[in-house]
Design a protein. Structure first.
Length: 392
């Protein structure tokens, strides 16, 4: 079977809710990243054979196949199709897996995988809240209720369960959150994100350009202190997690261009990384966010690798207990984890986070001269994708 190579990777800088990316329609925002990938690789836009975009809240401005809409808003020709993927927070990581599988099969030679989420314009939970308000029912079917009687599927409850089960106290969560900001601050000041961020013009409320460019992750708190983080109100009474130890609501888009060997030769592009392994695993949907732990163990076994073989890890910081528990379960090196900070500081634009993390991972491997990187993230419903790449 053919190999899959990533030849370009890009993302927007994260935008806070109501912040510097709030003026962008999500299809147009994704189109900016698509165009950047074409420009970075130098390929003929018509050579792209498909665009696969992850998006969680596929309603309103993100409805009716946002991937195809992004193609139509980009410089790609109309002949390029697009399809949208929802694997919850792992949506664009799954888009990458689908793109890699397409080029590895030989059915396509060049595919863009990415994701977009405007959490300002399409708030979290909108796909559930609007139908419920209109009396159109809920995703919870009678069959699900019979299997899980009386269960409330909640990421917030899941995060608290992980913290309790692994004995992670609030103080440890607070310290982890501070470290996320500190690493993001250092990475920003050292220019670690410069090559991966696509500068985006800031638009006014009426959609007009302001002439200013957004190229700095808006969620980083450069004045973060342990005292300030520790003082944030608990999400649940008697719990351990706070908004300061959870990922930030974020607007953003990201993407990668994936090709096979034929694509490398035909398009004249050079690879940044090779897809070494990809898998996905289902787990307990009640605790929900614990899936990256068994999924990583499963992936390493299938890849014939040990965690010590991996130079850098990106584990999405949906809530601080997840990466902390992951480190413990994998007996992994904290110094290799989220080296440029994570979603607590940089934001978590839901469907865009998968290829956002991959973009950061590939660039971090390059800057540090390292070989193998692993990415995983928790996903609604109790699932986790795992991707291992080899930098070339």
């Amino acid at each position: 079977m053919a190999e899959a190579y990533i030849v370009a990777a890009a993302r927007t800088a994260g935008g806070r809710r109501g912040g510097k990316l709030a003026g962008w329609h999500p299809a147009d925002l994704a189109a900016q990243v698509i165009d950047a990938l074409v420009a970075k690789s130098g390929i003929d836009p018509a050579a792209v054979e498909d665009v696969i975009l992850g998006c969680v809240s596929q309603v309103g401005e993100q409805a009716t196949n946002v991937a195809r809409n992004a193609v139509l808003a980009s410089t790609l020709p109309e002949s390029v199709p697009g399809t949208s993927v929802d694997r919850q927070c792992g949506s664009s990581q799954q888009a990458l897996h689908f793109a890699a599988q397409a080029v590895m099969s030989g059915s396509m030679d060049a595919v863009i995988a990415g994701g977009v989420e405007s959490m300002t314009r399409v708030p979290m939970f909108t796909p559930n809240a609007l139908p419920a308000k209109a009396g159109l029912g809920t995703y919870m079917s009678p069959g699900m209720k019979r299997r899980y009687p009386g269960v409330e599927f909640s990421q917030f409850i899941g995060a608290e369960m992980i913290a309790k089960n692994y004995g992670i106290e609030k103080e440890a969560l607070d310290r982890y959150a501070l470290e996320s900001h500190r690493r993001a601050i250092t990475a920003t000041r050292e220019g670690a994100f410069d090559d991966e961020i696509v500068p985006i013009e800031i638009l006014s409320a009426d959609g007009r350009g302001t002439g200013e460019r957004h190229a700095l992750d808006e969620g980083i708190r450069f004045d973060a202190t342990l005292e300030g983080i520790a003082g944030v109100k608990l999400i649940a009474e008697g719990g351990r997690c706070t908004a300061a130890t959870a990922s930030q609501i974020c607007d953003g888009a990201s993407g990668v261009l994936v090709v096979n060997e034929h694509g490398l030769k035909a398009l004249g592009v050079k690879p940044l990384a090779r897809i070494h392994h990809m898998s996905v695993l289902g787990h307990d949907p009640v605790i929900m966010l614990e899936a990256p732990l068994p999924a990583t163990l499963h992936a390493l076994k299938k890849a014939g690798m040990r965690i010590q073989d991996i130079d850098l890890y990106e584990v999405n910081e949906a809530f601080a207990p997840i990466p902390i528990a992951w480190l413990e379960a994998l007996e992994a090196d904290p110094a290799r984890l989220n080296v440029n900070g994570g979603a607590i500081a940089l934001g978590h634009p839901l469907g865009a986070s998968g290829t956002k993390l991959m973009t950061t991972l590939i660039h971090a491997l390059g800057r540090r001269g390292k070989r193998y990187g692993l990415q995983t993230m928790c996903e609604g419903g109790g699932m986790a994708n795992v991707t291992i790449v080899e930098r070339l």
